[in-house]
Design a binder for this molecule. Structure first.
Ligand SMILES: NC(=O)C1=CN([C@@H]2O[C@H](COP(=O)(O)OP(=O)(O)OC[C@H]3O[C@@H](n4cnc5c(N)ncnc54)[C@H](OP(=O)(O)O)[C@@H]3O)[C@@H](O)[C@H]2O)C=CC1
Ligand SMILES: O=C(CO)COP(=O)(O)O
Length: 335
């Protein structure tokens, strides 16, 4: 009998630990934590208190602080560290992962400096591997608590994607497929910036109509940049686009939304990030997205105001006043 597929997840933050907990119910799974104490806590207490509080993890989930041991075990490699750490993390194991092993990214940001998406960074670090991503409206704590949700495995090779789907699925976690890797990845990346704008709106005490306007026009900006970069506009109508946008913009537990709220309450970006104590990808990604928007000649007024607030060039109140000065054109004009 063939031995089961072994999944290895790199990064024991809230999402990496949750994805490893999903996989371990289906197949042997090993989670790499860069902090050896976290690995010990997962192995002995079946908890990751720093990121997931008192929640209990599956007893058969194994963790290690040794990234080389983890890489050797992988039949499927899941990269769950933040975008800025993908390259340095993979550089430690680029010669340790077997050649055919598929690699899935969980990260929703751009690499500062190179402007590369996480799947592009992975393809540079691990050339020749089938590379894709998992994204969607997937707030980690809800999923660990067993609330129903859906995600998308995006990969060009549909046969590999089909083989990966059942490794993460459960009766309450539906795993779809999509071949538009660029569109799915950009959805997860760009919605974080709109979520910061939505959090600012909450912090400023605006009404629900205002918030809905920010979501709808934010989505228009996501589609505009996505289409200019070569993504299918239709992808943004799915789980990885509008689905993740809604979850992140309305959820009290979204870190990006919370950063926006802290900024509206008068904290500086540094204070907001420190208060959060977890990653909010939109903060580092907003300036890179504005560079891409300029390169592709697309207007992104909401993202531009968010970037200006993060850089300290204006306050959230001034940003919202600035948006009112943008002349409303043809609503359908997404190009
Ligand atoms: N949380 C969620 O609900 C979801 C998150 N995501 C995305 O998943 C990615 C990871 O997020 P999430 O798990 O929430 O983040 P967390 O902030 O919860 O955890 C980050 C993890 O990455 C590790 N890490 C941070 N910096 C480095 C580094 N330089 N080198 C190696 N490891 C590092 C941390 O280790 P240490 O503890 O040692 O600092 C920690 O294990 C992000 O791109 C996020 O956008 C996607 C969907 C849902
Ligand atoms: O991407 C997420 C949910 O799909 C998590 O969003 P935050 O990083 O804002 O918490």
């Amino acid at each position: 009998m063939a031995r089961p597929v072994r999944v290895v997840v790199l990064g024991a933050g809230s999402w990496g630990t949750t994805v490893a907990s999903l996989a371990t119910r289906n197949t042997p799974t090993l989670l790499w934590a860069r902090d050896a104490d976290s690995a010990d806590e997962i192995n002995t207490d079946h908890r990751n208190t720093r990121y997931l509080g008192d929640r209990t993890l599956p007893k058969n989930l194994r963790a290690t602080g040794d990234i080389v041991e983890a890489a050797h075990e992988a039949d499927v490699l899941v990269v769950g560290v933040p975008s800025h750490a993908v390259r340095t993390t993979l550089s430690e194991i680029s010669n340790e992962v077997r050649a055919w092993v598929p690699v899935l990214s969980l990260a929703k940001g751009l690499e500062p400096g190179t402007r590369l998406r996480p799947t592009e960074v992975i393809a540079e670090c691990l050339p020749g591997h089938p590379v894709g991503l998992m994204a969607g409206p997937n707030l980690a704590k809800e999923i660990l608590d067993g609330m129903a949700a859906a995600t998308v495995v995006a990969m060009q090779d549909e046969r590999v994607a089909s083989a990966l789907q059942p490794l993460f699925a459960s009766p309450v976690f539906r795993v779809y497929r999509n071949t538009d890797v660029l569109g799915c990845e950009l959805g997860g990346i760009l919605k974080n910036i709109v979520a910061i704008a939505s959090g600012m709106a909450d912090g400023l005490g605006v009404g629900d109509n205002t918030r809905a306007m920010v979501l709808a026009r934010g989505l228009a900006e996501m589609i505009r940049l996505g289409e200019a970069m070569g993504a299918h506009p239709r992808t943004f109508a799915g789980l990885t686009g509008v689905g993740d946008l809604i979850a992140t913009c309305i959820s009290p537990s979204s870190r990006n939304r919370r950063v926006g709220e802290y900024l509206a309450k008068g904290l500086t970006t540094e204070q907001a990030v420190a208060k959060l104590g977890q990653v909010a990808e939109g903060v580092k990604t907003a300036p890179t997205v504005m560079e891409l928007a300029r390169d592709h000649g697309v207007e992104m007024p909401i993202a531009a105001e968010v970037e200006a607030v993060i850089a300290g060039r204006c306050t959230p109140e001034e940003a919202y006043r600035g948006l009112r000065r943008v002349a409303p054109g043809d609503e359908d004009d997404l190009a």
